[in-house]
Design a protein around this ligand. Sequence first.
Ligand code: CU
Length: 306
Amino acid sequence: MKRILTALAITSTLVVTAGCASEVNSSQTPSSSATTVADANPHSGYNMGDSKTPGAEENPHGGHGGHSENSKLEPANAVATLTVPAKVTNKAPIALAIDVKDKEGKPIANFDKFQEKLMHLIVVSDDLQSFNHIHPTYKGNGRFEVQADFPQPGDYTLFSDYKVAGKAEQVSTLKVQVPGTNSNTPKIDLATTKTFGNTKANLKLSQPTIKAGQEVHLIFNLSDAASNQPPKDLQNYLGERGHLVILKQSSPLTEADYIHAHAMKDTPPGEIHFITSFPQPGKYKMWGQFNRNGKIITADFWVDVQ
Ligand SMILES: [Cu+2]
């Protein structure tokens, strides 16, 4: 039997920071029955600039979005904890609270905006079937709050992406279990042309086979589903032509599975280009997000990396 809600301690597989998990359960509020714990390793396989990931290959990842200053900043080594209500369900939005503290357990009060927000939160089901990119509201004293949907029962991983003031950007994973049984079979659809609402998206890769550790160009070719022409209403989203989140299919999902790539500037109409590299062989799912006149289009594709 599945436990209804469990507190999970997550430590990164890449960089083990001793003592992290023992400090963090202090943030439970009376209303909560579960607190999940994130390890605080910045950059574990996560690509925000041209910075090199500790232990990673020589390739510049994702980057190219003017974030290379991140590599010069010290890691914050912050710890994020998640508080959820006693009853978590897939039937209604769930109020989440994320507390960011230092290693001593003191709340961190000051954060820097990046890509127009203080925190970016990616919510995925562990089978990578559901994806959501939301922006928690900062309440002060290290606390962020947001309502999130969990469309099916099952396990979810949250990637909270934030930047402690003056420090390097950091990703912390948080875990949520939604009770119940999910009878849907996960789909891995390797199609490279799909339609998302009124937008057709075609994914082109710079090479026929993607090899782990190799730099690859990912080109999202967008067209209006009705006219078959490049959409005339494409606008910037969070300050860039598009955003791309990539996750490696893994169990458990950790920071090391998370890649965030930035769109290149000055590409032809309807084409959004990303450069990244995939650290390990395996199956990856990617979600490109684009803005058509205020409506966000999320175009998802699977790729197989050798
Ligand atoms: Cu965001």
